[in-house]
Design a protein around this ligand. Structure first.
Ligand code: ZN
Length: 181
């Protein structure tokens, strides 16, 4: 296994529309090794999610903790459907936008459909922070970064965010303390 390099905002790979994976290729050794590397890299950099374009591979693959306190899973060709009108505001960060945080408002209740690395189909409903993480990661597959969705005037340096966040949370109607990657 290997720790992969994480692309930083400005690298064109982060703005590409990623290619779908042919399900017949899922069981190949090369793909399975990539899945191992993606998860290992996510853990090494202390992320809760990591999308393949962030490690310079423009393919529709994401590693994420879909269920709290369970091992991260690989999501292949994920599709998100918004299930309700509710939204939540979360302070988000991104391994590809180092040292920044910003407030993002996203749907709170989604359906996630994807293939797993075993080839099996996943079809689950997610609420709250897990729904936010999956939406953030799937945005990467369409070349979208959280800074494109930010609540105006909330982008800040991590150091200042840590210093001021309690005050900001009171003003900004924040639902979640979590950070996605
Ligand atoms: Zn990200």
């Amino acid at each position: 296994m290997a720790i992969l390099r994480v692309a930083q905002m400005g690298h064109p790979v982060l703005r590409m529309i990623a290619d779908p994976i042919d399900p017949a290729a899922i069981r190949s050794k090369a793909f399975q090794t990539f899945c191992d590397d993606l998860i290992e890299t996510m853990i090494e950099v202390d992320g809760v999610g990591l999308a393949a374009p962030q490690v310079h591979e423009p393919i529709r693959v994401v590693a994420a903790e879909v269920v709290e306190d369970e091992d991260p899973v690989i999501l292949i060709n994920p599709v998100i459907t918004v299930l309700g009108p509710g939204t939540r505001r979360t302070w988000e960060g991104c391994l590809s936008v180092e040292g920044m945080r910003g407030l993002v408002e996203r749907p709170d209740h989604i359906r996630l459909q994807a293939l797993l690395r075993t080839g099996k189909e996943l079809d689950v409903e997610l609420h709250g922070f897990r729904a936010v993480v999956v939406q953030h990661e799937c945005d990467h597959l369409d070349g979208v970064l959280y800074v494109d969705r930010i609540v105006p005037k909330t982008l800040m340096f991590l150091r200042e965010w840590r210093r001021w966040k309690d005050e900001l949370d009171d003003q900004a109607d924040v639902d979640d303390e979590g950070e996605s990657e």
